[in-house]
Design a protein around this ligand. Structure first.
Ligand code: ZN
Length: 288
């Protein structure tokens, strides 16, 4: 859930290399334009029905294991990361004004975490992104503007991924390896695009549902204590293995991240690449 778009205008300059490549002069809004890339082969993109969130039973093809939809059926592929050899935290939807307060806790024990960032937030808070990266935390992509990818055309999916990568590259000079789909929206069509970028999907096996804390009016509201109790149960049941989904875009959810860190996991956790023995980034360019 990105913060309201116009509350913070873009702060990051639009780089010359990106102007030369795209012909544009400013960062896009929530609907980024598709820019063709020579390494993307549309023949390699699998043909799986476009569906909206929860629209899981209207297309028989979607039920086939060939589609492997995570949002509909929790299906994972061999190159998806969805758990970890040590129970570990991950954070989505930043960077935000609350990210560094959270990272200050991790930094006390020199513990690294994984942040799946939104392009639209990177260009609003580039200094938070740069500082998170400088401190050694692993930066992954969470798309440009948090769309449910299985509902988009191939071109729009590519646009969501390419613009998020360009925002990361423009801010800190690297190309991400790890990608978390918004709402867990991924199937083999999305994966067949993602793989052409050399990236891998990161899902989770413990959802904190921390965002439900914000919904104080309904019966679905969740309290910080509920999250801690549920997580401790999971930890015991899974012998301290797993990957936790959290959010650092909002004060309340970032605060739960601090509580989970201090009361449950501390430094006994890993970044996503360390969970699976992978690389942190596809490429890092020298920074001037
Ligand atoms: Zn998200």
């Amino acid at each position: 859930m990105p913060a309201s778009p116009m509350q913070f205008p873009p702060k990051l300059p639009f780089p010359k290399w990106l102007h030369d490549f795209t012909g544009l002069n400013t960062w896009p809004d929530l609907e980024p334009p598709y820019i063709p890339l020579d390494f993307i082969d549309f023949n390699k993109i699998l043909n799986i029905p476009i569906h909206q969130q929860g629209q899981c039973y209207e297309f028989p093809d979607l039920r086939s294991p060939k589609s492997c939809s995570f949002d509909c059926f929790n299906c994972v592929e061999v190159d998806d990361v969805y758990t970890c050899s040590k129970l570990s935290q991950t954070f989505d939807d930043g960077p935000s004004p609350h990210t560094l307060k959270l990272l200050n806790e991790f930094d006390k024990t020199n513990t690294k975490t994984t942040l799946f960032t939104l392009g639209v937030n990177i260009i609003r808070f580039p200094e938070v992104y740069q500082e998170s990266y400088r401190r050694g935390h692993v930066m992954g992509s969470h798309t440009w503007s948090h769309k449910f990818l299985p509902g988009l055309t191939n071109e729009k999916i590519i646009a969501q991924i390419e613009w998020s990568i360009w925002a990361m590259n423009a801010t800190s000079g690297h190309l991400p390896k790890w990608f978390r789909p918004p709402y867990g929206g991924i199937d083999n069509r999305i994966r067949s695009i993602l793989r052409q970028f050399g990236m891998q999907a990161v899902l989770w096996d413990f959802d904190t549902f921390d965002w439900k804390m914000l919904d104080t009016s309904s019966q679905n509201t969740r309290k910080e204590a509920d999250i801690l109790v549920d997580l401790k149960k999971f930890q015991k049941l899974k012998f301290n293995k797993g990957l936790i989904l959290e959010h650092d875009a909002i004060q309340k959810t970032a605060d739960v991240g601090i509580e989970i860190y201090n009361k449950i996991l501390k430094s006994d956790q890993l970044t996503v690449p360390l969970c699976v023995g992978g690389i942190d980034y596809i490429k890092k360019f020298p920074q001037s």
